[in-house]
Design a protein around this ligand. Structure first.
Ligand code: AMP
Length: 312
């Protein structure tokens, strides 16, 4: 099966308690593609500027990711984001966002990109996400990620595209911001009323929650000893999840399959945070991911007490 992803392709400047990088490869679509390509064929859609290096295009092509739909706009500048994390790595401050070539970008997808089986609308302007969705011809599964900036400045466009996808993947704080509901499950149920059949709330170091009509499922984050840079963890999570689904897309994408896919996303994200930017996921293997998925499975099992054994 094939996955098309649209989203930011970026240069990031990041400061965390472990150190800093002034200009590293980043972007939502980049982190997504690096994780998803462990499981299936990925095609990236989006523009980069003349400043985007050939070496970074090669990183995008890791594990066979196709970049024919990456448009190089020689006179423009690549999307740039600067962020800083304090000791609480769950929250960060955005210090600068420069859309660069994304400002006037009008995606025109190749036939192969349009005919994808799975479409992931990673974080970027909602109008661009909608344009890509318009051009795709009947993908079997579609999902969308976004962020507080777009909820603030393009809310109606964002809601219009959420209404058209199968799954919304969003940070818990952003889900609250979008719906005005304090409870994650309540907020997710409100989004289910808009059109999607699944909502996944990412909760950083606390894991992620899935809400569908069939119930609620929660997966903890994989416990890592050292978190160096959380940038892109949400996108690696989405990439691992979507890649796993795509490689199983013959099966119905129901609550149980999504729950298993979340374990793959969780494992991919846990590697992402152990080094800066894309450094760790570039050389990650499916076997390493599989090992952490198995450990997560063991970690989340507990004995179901029989009524007799229970003193409660
Ligand atoms: P995550 O940590 O998963 O939320 O993703 C971080 C990535 O998102 C970084 O590599 C940034 O380049 C990218 N990013 C930051 N702000 C935006 C934005 N407003 N739109 C699209 N991508 C963004």
């Amino acid at each position: 099966m094939t996955i098309t992803v649209v989203g930011s392709l970026a240069y990031d400047a990041v400061t965390t308690p472990s150190g800093r990088r002034d200009r590293m490869l980043g972007g939502a679509a980049t982190h997504f593609a690096l994780a998803a390509s462990m499981f299936d064929q990925v095609r990236v859609v989006g523009p980069v500027g003349g400043d985007f290096s050939e070496a970074h295009l090669s990183v995008l092509r890791t594990r066979g990711t196709l970049t024919d739909d990456v448009e190089v706009i020689t006179e423009g500048k690549t999307f740039f984001w600067r962020g800083e994390y304090g000791w609480d790595l769950n929250s960060r401050e955005t210090l600068d966002t420069q859309l660069g070539v994304f400002e006037h970008f009008e995606p025109r997808l190749s036939q192969a990109a349009r005919e994808c089986d799975v479409l992931f609308l990673a974080n970027i302007q909602p109008a661009l996400q909608a344009s890509v969705l318009d051009q795709c011809v009947g993908p079997r599964w579609t999902a969308l990620d976004s962020m507080n900036l777009w909820i603030d400045i393009a809310r109606q466009d964002l809601i219009a595209v959420i209404e058209r996808v199968d799954c919304l993947v969003l940070n818990d704080a952003e889900l609250r911001q979008l719906t005005g509901k304090p409870s994650i499950v309540g907020a997710a149920r409100e989004v289910l009323g808009m059109g999607p059949t699944a909502v996944i709330a990412k909760q950083g170091e606390y894991g992620a929650v899935l809400v569908t009509a069939d119930g609620v499922f929660s997966v903890p984050a994989y416990p890592v000893d050292s978190v160096v840079d959380p940038t892109g963890a949400g996108d690696s999570f989405a990439g691992g999840l979507t890649g796993y689904l795509s490689s199983n897309v013959g099966m119905p994408v129901d609550h149980d399959l999504l729950a298993t896919a979340m374990a793959y996303g969780t494992a991919a994200a846990s590697f992402n945070v152990e080094e800066f930017g894309t450094e760790r996921v570039e050389r990650l293997t499916v076997e390493e991911v599989q090992t952490r998925v198995s450990e997560l499975h063991r970690m989340t099992q507990f004995t179901n007490p029989t009524p007799e054994a229970s003193r409660v």
